[in-house]
Design a protein. Sequence first.
Length: 586
Amino acid sequence: MQRLLFIVLLIPLIASGWQTGTPAKKNGNADSIFILNAFNRADEYMNTDHYDSAQLWLNKIYAKVSYRKPSLFSYFLTSRQAEVYYYNNLHELGLQEAFKAENIAGVLKDSLLISDACNFIGLFYMNNNRLPEAVKYYKKGLRYTRQPPYSRPYIELSKPHHIFGNLAEAYEKLKMPDSAVFYARLSLRKAEEIKSERGTATANLNLASAYLLKQKTDSALKYFELTRLLSIKSDDFDVELNSYSGLAECAERTGNKAAALKHLATGFALMKEYPQLNDFYSSMFLEIAIKIYRRYNEQALLLKTLELKTAIQTAVYERNNTQIQTILLTSLRNEKTIFNLELAEADNKKNLANTRLYILLLMFLLLGIAFIAYRYYTKQRLKLANMRSKISQDLHDEVGATLSGISMYSYITKEQIKNQEHESVNNSLDIIKDNAGEMVAKLNDIVWAVNPVQDNAYTIAERLKEFAAQLTSVKGIKLDFTANNPLATLKLPMEKRKNIYLICKEAINNAVKYSECTLLKIDISVVNRNLSVFIEDNGKGFAPALINKGNGLNNMAARANEIRADLKINSEIGNGTKVRLQCKIT
């Protein structure tokens, strides 16, 4: 994947009046300096993966200059917004921004901007696994692109070798290695023409991956080694990291265990030396390392790699959730600010009031579509992961109610806009903002259950330990938690993993909330591919006749039946409660 990050060089663009209504003409040099600083600050945060902070600086630019009129300024601001969405996995929202950028480029009749927008659209389609559409837009972009130098000042754009490389990756995902090799070679040639060191390294990486797909290990080994040398020369450590995983795969295929383990060890040393390496490339490296360690039954190394991968994924998900919430809520505040500014202008220019109100109405409609698109995207990820889960069903009604509230208040706001009830409109927008925040908080609860990387019993044990520790610490309950080592190598189907986790979570929750216990014991073990979970408290217990009366206990029994597990709940008043769950892993 070619990185989208831009490097802002705005001084000549601002000085030459590169957008309609240039702030340099309206508000003087101070606004020009402010916008330059805002773009540079946004780039700094993007370069360190802090996209919520980058969004805040983009919003400062939105508040300074109108971005609705097609111009070079509005194109680059729109494409930058698409990039923020891209790195926060909001691909449906980003796709809408990319299409908007394509429309602006078309109005400006600028072939380089059209090519750049098509590359964006192709990347969003590829990450949504809509590969034929991605190929279509990559090829459209190639019809408009050309090699630098360019005749006018631009912010950094997609170049031919970027698009050829992305096209090669798309064909690799389509399992068409010959086409992948063809376009990877074109990417390499274009990168060499402009002496792009990173472009040359990534093109060689694409070639190596394509040859590996073709089962031509010798050719793959050659290009992985070239990638390693070139990336070391250009200090592209993320590309270098993936060259080591590729070399390890080649060694594994030729039966050279020692070489495979050595290459992986070199990769891990690189990750340790440069902990700021891109999470996407790090995850690719760890996936291959896990596969090879399993192949060679290196249990200690496998466990260590799984722990590192889990830590990275957890950090990414937590960071992304925080950033997504900030991005969505600041976008709403941004729209509210623009609305207030334009209403004030409408009071002074009555002849423009209706036009501005229609534009605002369109913006709110697009915002509603964006929320629906994000909800659709979330559901698609669940389907792709084969997770027909009751976790999302449990939250569905609440999220749906929140979206219904947003829809209702959007309709009310429309009527208030028509009646020019300015104060009421602001109140309605505040309610929409609060509802959006609540929806994002509820979606955070789904993250762990739908994460496809949590494919082993070890992650369940760690998750349950964390959950139990949080609950028991609040109540002052002592926690005794044990789990044996084979958990790390036991892969669980998603349906079983989800139901086992929910059953145990319900049992822990019941013990902490209702048993009045002082000690909670949890033991998770694997014997002959049988997963056994034992949860015991020393609380007050309850009468057996009550076992079938509570929704929680009934749900536990239903989930156990769904995965054909054996669930036993034993309790006596005054003697605590024991819950034992046994499940055969096939």
